[in-house]
Design a protein around this ligand. Structure first.
Ligand SMILES: Nc1ncnc2c1ncn2[C@@H]1O[C@H](COP(=O)(O)OP(=O)(O)OP(=O)(O)O)[C@@H](O)[C@H]1O
Ligand SMILES: [Mg+2]
Length: 452
């Protein structure tokens, strides 16, 4: 359908104006009206046409101008309402459509931004992004927490000013310079010692030019610690195995050389070799026990245990050993100690290791006291012995594998240094805990096991 637009209205206006002029000029020529009337009629006609032009064109244009200014300022909710049926209406409809499209795009962009932010926030790895000048654009929460910084204050600053690490700074600079991804392991000392595997990648913009660099930081501190512990463990085991083996092979060689002729020395040598073999067997047994305990899938039997009975039996077996060293063995067990649930053999092992240590590290003529009682829903067992005690600096380490305060003495006594490590594992497996106190007068190992 034909719609008379603004253009046709304007042309029609000008034609009418021209015709009015011609008519008034003709009338003036024929002296029907005076020249003054011609001017009055012309001004009135121009005024009327100007009025309609303003109403139809300038008014809607003003409205569109206000609306587009608001759109530029980010207000996209409003709509232009133009009642007339002309090109202005079409323009307003187009602008309203543009605003609607912009609104939808803004919603999509903010949704995408929120999604990206949620991913960055929930990431277990650290992420840092820099612009092409090496200034911080963004740091995700895990990095903020690790380095005790925040994006707001660090934004726009150089990475070296915020995360004071020269190696990281060099890595990011190199990626910015070479535009190639790089990765390396970096040690951080502050605020806590940590090791990160850092993967830095150039950030490429739409027109294929580099707009910055993003680095993913994966915390490998625990893995490194475990690897160190493992290699330390292997070194310790090898050392522990080598000592008795060297001794056995030494005595064997001497015997094979035929240097030793008398039966007495041969018997003594064989005795030592037997002792060393026993030690090797114990060492392997203890290592197996420890590895079983450390295996989370250990099938440990939960049976009711009468701990009083276990303690009593253990003490009985150690009586001859104590008597040999002239050590007084005291046993105090409170009445009606409730049963606990767990593995009887493992709990027995704990008692054996603790009482064995107590007797082993008490000088002749000393005292060993074992007490058992109930303390706030726990069974508490204390194994106390007189003696020189354990030096303060060694106390936190006695539960470590292979740790021995006096290596030579422990080895002479046939110790493997694994006894207390086994004790700690068993107690913790049963939901309890163990602690040690020591002074120049003696040492006390106390453990608690929950009976509920
Ligand atoms: N009651 C104690 N008094 C003094 N020192 C102790 C006592 N118990 C343990 N220690 C010290 O702690 C170290 C570690 O003990 P642990 O029982 O783990 O190993 P070990 O007795 O040397 O060998 P193992 O028990 O494997 O035969 C011992 O070498 C010893 O130096
Ligand atoms: Mg021991």
């Amino acid at each position: 359908m034909f719609k008379p637009g603004m253009k046709s209205y304007t042309i029609a206006g000008y034609i009418i104006l021209l015709m009015i002029f011609i008519v008034t000029l003709v009338l003036e020529e024929k002296e029907i009206i005076s020249f003054i009337w011609v001017i009055v009629i012309a001004i009135t006609a121009i005024g009327i046409i100007a009025y309609f032009t303003v109403v139809r064109l300038v008014g809607p244009l003003e409205e569109i101008k206000v609306m587009t200014s608001e759109m530029a300022a980010g207000v996209l909710e409003k709509e232009i309402v133009i009642q007339s049926n002309n090109e202005m209406d079409e323009l307003a409809t187009s602008i309203n459509f543009l605003a609607q499209q912009l609104r939808q795009n803004m919603v999509r962009i903010s949704e995408e931004r929120n999604r990206a932010k949620a991913i960055l926030n929930s990431m277990g790895d650290g992420v840092i992004a820099l612009d092409d000048q090496g200034r911080i654009l963004m740091i995700n929460p895990i990095l903020e927490k690790t380095f005790k910084i925040d994006t707001q204050t660090s934004s726009g600053k150089k990475s070296i000013e915020i995360i004071r690490n020269y190696e990281l700074d060099q890595l990011l600079r190199q990626v910015l310079r070479d535009k190639q991804p790089l990765s390396c392991e970096i040690k951080f000392l502050m605020p806590r010692p940590k090791v990160f595997k850092v993967y830095a990648t150039p950030l490429i913009g739409n027109d294929d030019c580099m707009v910055g660099v993003v680095a993913l930081m994966h915390d490998i501190t625990e893995r490194r610690q475990l690897e160190n512990m493992r290699s330390e463990f292997v070194a310790n085991v090898s050392h522990e195995l080598r000592t008795p083996l060297t001794s056995i092979s030494g005595f064997l060689e001497t015997l094979l050389d035929g240097v030793v002729e008398d039966v007495q020395t041969t018997t003594r040598f064989l005795g030592i070799m037997k002792q060393e073999t026993n030690r090797l067997t114990r060492l392997v047994d203890d290592l197996l026990k420890l590895s079983k305990l450390e295996d989370q899938k250990i099938t440990f039997k939960k049976q009711p245990i009468n701990i009083s009975k276990v303690i009593y039996q253990t003490v009985q077996t150690f009586k001859p050993q104590a008597a040999e060293k002239d050590i007084q063995l005291h046993l105090t067990i409170a009445d009606k100690i409730p049963q606990i649930k767990g593995d009887k053999d493992l709990i027995m092992q704990v008692m054996v290791n603790l009482v064995d240590n107590a007797i082993k590290y008490t000088p002749s003529g000393g005292k060993v006291a074992i007490k058992a009682g109930v303390v706030s829903e726990n069974i508490e067992v204390a194994v106390q012995n007189s003696g020189l005690g354990i030096p303060k600096e060694s106390l936190p380490r006695v539960f470590e594998r292979f740790y021995r305060v006096d290596k030579a003495r422990s080895r002479d006594a046939g110790g493997t240094g694994l006894g207390l490590a086994i004790v700690k594992h068993v107690i913790e497996l049963h939901g309890g805990r163990i602690q040690v106190k020591s002074s120049s007068k003696g040492t006390t190992f106390t453990f608690r096991l929950p009976f509920k």
